[in-house]
Design a protein. Structure first.
Lengths: 562, 455
């Protein structure tokens, strides 16, 4: 604690540090001696002003900080109180209001990290608070003024994928006044839903729903749609992406956009080799949809098998929508031909939510048979019958069939890896795009300015895809409704004079913010992409990469004071 | 919450209710009652000194009544805003008694007993309804004997028991044991008081109570009323300390709950109550079982359900992981009843459909995965907003516009819409925001006009 540093670098200017010690009512003052800490702070080098406050965050406390800065010409302010997470922005902006650069504010936490954890130890808690304050003052001495980084925002947006999710995102953004570029790989809009018959639980024709969505989009004046087109390259970052689109004619079109919504959907698994799939007598649920839509389904005895190629070792996830689809189609077959016999063999009927459970009850009421099978004893499709073990009766049964329908999961598209690399966004172990946070940011990527919705994220119903598409639109719009992008100045910088271009920092940057310039043979930080995590600074062998606000001299001053 | 509380474009009106809505999409006038907290919001710093001193003890609704708070309180520790509130139903001062301790304690001078409700009129273009849901009250199901059997709890009660900030600090102390411990504490208080009285007698008469009582029983002390009183006090004391000792012996054998049973579809998928599936309960039971196991590796969990519905992203994988690593067993069944076993252990009677046998199994604690039901206030709110509800009582939406209510400019998201989990609620909330912006954009700008020009 008292070992003297060998050569303490000197701060550049005359320092005038103000220290504010907060009582937080009795939260701090009840467990340690705030008066003693304040008196101690006054003795520290370059501290010209100290004040103990009942509540530094109260209006009176803030007024005292401002007054002290003005009257005492303070050029560094330290508040010793609670969590920077909750109060740092308040104190820093208060400093800025009276002309002190907010990056010259420093905070130490003597509540959560001191008084609260040392409640019965008055003397030791007081000593620790003194240590923390001394360390804070040491770091404050080396703080440098910084300017927030401002960058331009292009208010044009791009939606990749023209299925239900993409159409909804595009229509919603256009409806909010943003310009939209929609890129669809197929010749027509509508995605997977174009191949569907009717939509549960309302049973309205899918074609009509798609037509409505496309109609709504076309009614918007500020939408450009490219069909039969693909993204060939994507550069840039939030606010300023440069996209290259390869059009149907093979031409390359450039689009400058501010943000991206990924709505590339998913495809049903082809069950070749499973349960005797032949596309004739043993077909997929999607093929049944098409037969029902075209009124070519004549089968009298239908057996549906759920979880075909899903919830298995190879593909552990549940595809969410197939149970509902099976029930919907079973009922449609029954409605078309009340004499038809329909059996559904399932593992768990995933009829979540109010409407779906009712569909299941209705289906049972119409005489559709539901029987559970165990994953370790799957049904066997024989030439004339489907054989399965009926657990409740404890016997093996055979159901004769005209048609076997396999419910296969939605799986990620083949080209998802290529697209994820193009956009520099992650995918999960099942090939679906991976959101920033499973619960709190389900439509965001960790990469700023790019969002995800619909079955590209995870299998979704038409209503869910629509809802998510509109949600992704809101996420992107809330960024682009601003005139410019303002980000914190506390980011990394690489000294071009000392960088040897070893590229060690490239691998550790989780945000893809560092690039190598082969001409200059050095690494460079993109100011907008950098989030200030400090990985590069702690990796760089030549100490060329530095994190502003946490430079070695600042941290070492703090450590030496400990 | 913090982000919402600090956002420059959001005025947060907690502890407030909507009273009236007039106008139309793009131009609604909303009357909001800001209920008085009896605490000045701009002065209160949320330090909690008042709560420490308040003498009035009130069941803590946040902990599902499993612990106590004071009449001046903050609903929960991380609540935004952190402003404290006086509960007018319990506060002594507000009920005409002498108190005002919080006012004297508050160093920020924030307590104001005269503060009244405020009515505010807001002009808004669109309204988003995100009023959530209620938890089904399982005491309506006779066979589960909730409230009758102390060790049958709801999922949300269990959630509080598991929480480090909950009534048991995260330890799975059984409610029956906690009751006995509370009884012991109560008796100890009484015993202390009566011991004090006995001490006084001993001092005055310079004799130990035991000696005195022996003499008293032999009829050697005469009929001095003072001594009669002493004897009576001692008998009272014995009546306390005897049962106290017994309870203490019993409590010495208490251990935390380790054999857990989760019953799914409590009130859901049940034609007597709510026919629909609540969607999220399978996952929360699995989560609770995994956390309980992380907390105490000797914990075993059995989940009794019809189907285990793990339909969200990563859910099936989570379910399998729980089964493999957390001593968890999935039992396909519908539970017939819960009975009382020895030591207040609940016993579950169910049919094992795989073995075609009726079985019964004893547990330490049973957790009921209660249904997600429409909020009790939703009928009133529907009238106020002039929007319709569906057959179940959730706010009705359009299948083509899944966020739109039956009235233009009013949008629904989260469990006010239908039962759903957190990711879906969060996604829907964003969607509802987009729909609201679309209304405002189209109503305030000429058709087709752009808010922003492409640069």
């Amino acid at each position: 604690m008292s070992t003297k540093p060998k050569a303490t670098p000197q701060p550049p200017e005359e320092l005038r540090i103000g220290v504010f010690i907060c009582n937080c009512g009795s939260n701090i003052a009840g467990h340690l001696d705030c008066k003693a800490v304040t008196e101690y702070a006054a003795e520290l080098p370059d501290v010209v002003f100290t004040k103990e406050n009942l509540y530094t965050c109260s209006e009176a406390g803030i007024a005292e900080i401002k007054k002290a800065i003005t009257e005492n010409n303070l050029n560094r302010v330290l508040v010793a109180s609670c969590s920077p997470r909750t109060h740092q922005p308040l104190f820093a902006s208060s400093c800025a209001e009276v002309g002190l650069n907010p990056y010259l504010f420093e905070m130490v936490n003597i509540r959560d990290q001191c008084s609260w954890v040392h409640m019965q130890e008055w003397d030791r808690a007081t000593a620790k608070a003194k240590d923390l304050v001394r360390m804070g003052v040491a770091k404050a001495s080396f703080l440098e003024p910084q300017q927030d980084i401002e960058s331009s925002l292009n208010h044009r947006t791009m939606v990749i994928g023209g299925g239900v999710a993409g159409l909804s995102a595009a229509e919603s953004m256009a409806g909010m006044g943003l310009e939209v570029v929609l890129v669809e790989r197929e010749e027509a809009l509508g995605g997977l839903a174009r191949r569907l018959n009717r939509l549960a639980p309302e049973n309205d024709p899918a074609a009509e729903r798609i037509a409505t969505l496309i109609g709504e989009l076309e009614a918007q004046p500020n939408v450009t749609v490219y069909t039969g087109a693909e993204i060939s390259s994507m550069d840039g970052y939030i606010g300023n992406f440069d996209a290259n689109i390869r059009t149907r004619e093979g031409a390359a079109v450039q689009e400058k956009i501010g943000g991206i919504v990924v709505a590339t959907g998913a495809v049903p698994l082809n069950p070749s080799g499973l349960y005797g799939y032949d596309g004739q007598k043993v077909i997929t649920q999607l093929e049944l949809e098409e037969r029902l839509r075209d009124d070519t389904c004549q089968a009298k005895r239908v057996v549906m098998i759920q979880c075909v190629g899903a919830r298995s070792e190879e593909r552990p996830y549940c595809s969410r929508i197939c149970c509902m689809t099976a029930v919907k189609n079973a009922v449609l077959i029954k409605q078309h031909d009340p004499e038809a016999e329909v059996h559904v063999l399932y593992r768990d009927m995933q009829m979540y939510g109010p409407q779906r459970e009712r569909m299941l009850e209705d289906a049972r009421g119409q005489g559709i048979r539901f029987d559970v099978y165990n994953a370790d004893q799957p049904p066997q499709v024989q030439p004339e019958t489907v054989e399965y073990y009926q657990a409740i009766m404890g016997e093996t049964r055979r159901i004769p069939y005209d048609l076997v329908v396999l419910s296969t999961p939605l799986v990620a598209r083949d080209d998802v890896v290529a697209l994820s690399q193009l956009l520099r966004v992650p995918i999960d172990q099942n090939g679906f795009f991976l959101e920033a946070h499973a619960k709190l940011r389900p439509l965001d990527f960790a990469t700023d300015g790019i969002f995800v919705c619909g079955s590209a994220r995870y299998p979704a119903t038409v209503a869910e895809a629509r809802s998510q598409g509109i949600g992704a639109a809101a996420r992107l719009a809330s960024l682009l409704f601003k005139d410019k992008l303002v980000t914190s100045a506390l980011i990394a910088e690489i000294n071009p004079d000392t960088c040897v271009g070893c590229m060690g920092c490239l691998d550790v940057c989780p945000f893809g913010a560092i690039s190598y310039d082969p001409q200059k043979r050095i690494c460079e930080v993109n100011q907008i992409l950098c989030k200030g995590c400090g990985n590069c600074a702690s990796t760089c062998p030549s100490q060329s990469a530095r994190l502003k606000g946490f430079k070695p001299q600042q941290l070492l001053a703090q450590v030496r004071a400990a | 919450m913090l982000d919402v509380g600090r956002h420059p474009n959001i005025s947060l009106m907690a502890y407030s209710e909507v009273e009236q809505v007039t106008g139309e999409a793009g131009d609604y006038t909303v009357t909001v009652r800001r209920k008085t907290r009896y605490v000045e919001e701009d002065k209160c710093t949320g330090c909690g000194a008042c709560t420490e001193k308040c003498p009035t003890v009130v069941p803590d609704a946040f902990n599902e009544g499993q612990s106590y708070r004071r009449a001046i309180y903050s609903y929960f520790a991380q609540g935004i805003p952190s402003t404290h509130t006086i509960d007018p139903d319990y506060c002594r001062q507000l009920n005409g008694k002498k108190c005002g301790i919080c006012q004297k304690t508050c160093q920020a001078d924030a307590i104001n007993f005269d503060k009244k409700d405020q009515l505010l009129e807001l002009n808004v273009g669109a309204i988003v309804v995100a009023t959530g849901y209620d938890v089904f009250d399982p005491s309506q199901i006779p066979e589960y004997r909730y409230r009758d059997l102390p060790n049958v709890v709801t999922a949300i009660e269990f959630e509080r028991l598991l929480s480090a900030s909950g009534p048991t600090g995260g330890h799975l102390d059984r409610p029956s044991d906690r009751r006995i411990e509370a009884e012991i504490a109560e008796l100890e208080k009484k015993a202390k008081r009566s011991q004090k009285a006995l001490d006084k007698f001993e001092k005055t008469h310079a004799q130990s109570t035991a000696e005195f009582y022996e003499a008293y029983q032999k009829g050697q002390v005469g009929d001095d009323p003072e001594l009669q009183k002493w004897a009576a006090k001692y008998e009272d004391h014995l009546n306390i300390s005897g049962p106290l000792e017994k309870l203490r012996q019993k409590a010495a054998g208490f251990s935390t709950a380790k054999r857990l049973a989760f019953i799914q579809c409590v009130g859901s998928r049940d034609f007597r109550f709510y026919p629909y599936c609540s969607g999220y309960c399978c996952m929360h039971s699995i989560k609770e079982a995994i956390i309980a196991h992380e907390h105490e590796p000797a914990t075993t969990s059995t989940i009794f359900g019809m189907d285990i519905r793990a339909v969200g992203k990563g859910f099936e994988e989570y379910k399998i992981r729980g089964g493999n690593h957390s001593n968890m067993r999935y039992q396909r069944s519908r539970v017939a009843e819960i009975t009382r076993g020895p030591d207040d252990n609940p016993v579950i009677v169910y049919e094992d459909t795989r073995e075609q046998k009726v079985k019964s199994e004893e547990f330490d604690l049973v957790i009921l995965a209660t249904a997600c039901v429409p909020a009790e206030s939703s009928g009133h709110l529907a009238e106020l907003l002039a929007i319709e509800r569906d057959d179940f009582g959730f706010f009705k939406t359009d299948p083509v516009q899944p966020l739109d209510s039956t009235r233009e400019g009013i949008f629904i998201c989260g469990c006010a819409h239908s039962p759903m989990d957190i990711p879906e609620s969060v996604a829907q909330a964003s969607s509802a925001a987009a729909r609201a912006v679309q209304v405002i954009t189209s109503k305030t700008a000429p058709s087709g006009a752009k808010l922003r020009k492409a640069s």
